[in-house]
Design a binder for this molecule. Structure first.
Ligand code: CDP
Length: 208
């Protein structure tokens, strides 16, 4: 079974993807890490706005070497969103995502375009969302926990800016697939969100 999970920043999709993968014993790919890694490479080169550099970084990305800990910073979330708007970058990362999804037994992938572009035939699709304020609170707590010195207002501004950039771009914009089920986690804790996600996936598995 392939489970596709999309949604805006800090909606809870990553946590749900990890839990669903553990529950079903499926491999999980956090596709945001791919864009964050590309962003990290071009940022280090001082070429964040250089499309050719970003495409080259995407083409030569060493997926085995991705380090979630160093990639989940606020700065790299922003850099990821810049390189992710480039069609060439997205094209360079297509093949590895397709291969990951095609593993025997299936996989769980989370991102922005999994249900729409990467795995349009996924058996179960979730579009996970929450209000910008709730998402900013969660992300602020997470970043402070990681030792980043950042104000709530700055996190909220970053989330609004990324929502806008991710939704407005021409290449694979953030949009709910027609056959995705919307899950609003604004008023749910992690356990409640997982229960809700599981109910949705099980319904799809049974073919309803
Ligand atoms: O954890 P958070 O939702 O903040 O970010 P992420 O999932 O790591 O993604 C970072 C950025 O990468 C997003 O703002 C998107 O611009 C981009 N992205 C994308 O375009 N397509 C994906 N499948 C995954 C991420």
């Amino acid at each position: 079974m392939v489970i596709a999970i999309d949604g805006p920043a800090a909606s809870g999709k990553g946590t749900l993807a990890r839990r669903l993968a553990a529950y079903y014993g499926l491999p999980h790919l956090d596709t945001g890490l791919l864009y964050r890694a590309v962003g990290a490479i071009v940022l280090a080169q001082g070429r964040l706005q250089d499309e050719a550099a970003a495409v080259e970084a995407a083409r030569t990305l060493d997926v085995a070497a991705l380090d979630p800990d160093t990639l989940r910073t606020a700065e790299l979330g922003e850099a990821a969103s810049v390189v992710a708007a480039r069609g060439g970058v997205r094209a360079a990362l297509l093949d590895l995502q397709h291969r990951f999804a095609a593993q025997p037994g299936g996989a769980v992938l989370d991102g922005r375009d999994i249900g729409t572009v990467i795995c349009p035939k996924a058996q179960a699709k979730l579009f996970v969302t929450a209000t910008p304020e709730v998402r900013a609170e969660r992300r602020h707590r997470e970043l402070i926990g990681r030792g980043e010195d950042i104000a709530y207002a700055a996190v909220l501004a970053d989330i609004r800016k990324r929502d806008e950039r991710d939704s407005a771009r021409a290449a694979a914009p953030l949009v709910q697939a027609d056959d995705a089920v919307l899950l609003d986690t604004s008023a749910l804790d992690i356990a409640q969100a997982f229960e809700a996600a599981l109910t949705i996936v099980e319904a799809r598995r049974r073919g309803s």
